[in-house]
Design a protein around this ligand. Structure first.
Ligand code: ADP
Ligand code: MG
Length: 238
């Protein structure tokens, strides 16, 4: 026996799921949305999750993001098993490790694009001019340099989606979780966002996990998971 299993097991996953299940409701009306998923996500990986509507993708993503508690099983973030922690410890874990790019952009309507991103930086302790400069950098990275002072109502759906992406990336989370991030984007912009996500995985050693139906993303992924009826039925590495 090795004293420290981490030394013999190679690099440890940023996110690890063991026998994760989710049952919504009770009794006759209960729905088993996720039926037992084991998954390790390593730094540097760009992973896609595909599958028909209702197969449990969003439920799985929410549990990976520690936004939804599994009915059973465990989720570990950077080696820490979340189920062992008090509920009050979760916000700090989410803030430090997890970035969310979810549907329904949840931008603050009264704030400009820049301010929406600055809020995420403020939570990390970056303020004032430093936050403004970083927000401009993150927004420029996805082609919104001319929209910094626009409010959400003056942005197109695709632009709002990109502000939400910039906000998620501004906090520089090691784990990035995205639900259909390119669904509302045109071809060129969708490609640009996908390239950016891949670059974050490859060059910045993060793990990027994307739920998508978008065939344009397939070629860029390192790993493709297929989900059906609450379980992962195929796990391909390229
Ligand atoms: P997908 O994202 O693949 O479309 P979901 O995770 O949204 O799948 O849903 C998986 C299953 O769980 C579906 O049968 C759905 O109706 C059900 N479901 C999702 N959310 C809830 C909820 N809050 N309450 C009850 N059932 C839900
Ligand atoms: Mg979904």
């Amino acid at each position: 026996m090795t004293a420290n299993p981490a030394l013999s097991a190679g690099p440890s996953p940023l996110l690890a799921l063991r026998s994760v299940r989710k049952v919504y409701g009770e009794g006759a009306g209960a729905v088993e949305a996720v039926t037992g998923v084991d998954l390790d996500l390593m730094a540097g990986e760009f992973t896609l999750l595909m599958g028909p509507s209702g197969s449990g993708k969003t439920t799985l993503l929410m549990m990976m993001g520690c936004l939804l508690k599994p009915t059973s099983g465990t989720v570990s973030v950077a080696g820490v098993e979340v189920q062992g922690l008090p509920e009050s410890a979760l916000p700090a874990i989410r803030l430090r490790y997890l970035g969310y790019i979810f549907q329904g952009f949840n931008l603050f309507p009264a704030l400009t694009a820049s301010e929406n991103v600055e809020v995420a930086l403020n939570l990390k302790g970056v303020r004032g001019d430093a936050a403004r400069a970083a927000a401009a950098r993150h927004l420029s990275r996805i082609g919104l340099e001319s929209r910094l002072a626009h409010r959400p109502e003056d942005l197109s759906g695709g632009e709002k989606q990109r502000v939400a992406i910039a906000r998620a990336l501004a906090a520089e989370p090691p784990v990035i979780l995205a639900d259909e991030p390119t669904a509302s984007l045109d071809g060129a912009t969708g490609h640009r966002v996908t390239e950016l996500l891949r670059q974050l995985a490859r060059e910045e050693a993060r793990t990027v996990f994307v739920v998508t139906h978008d065939p344009r993303i397939l070629d860029l992924a390192d790993r493709i998971l297929h989900m059906e009826d609450g379980r992962i039925v195929k796990d391909e590495r390229k």
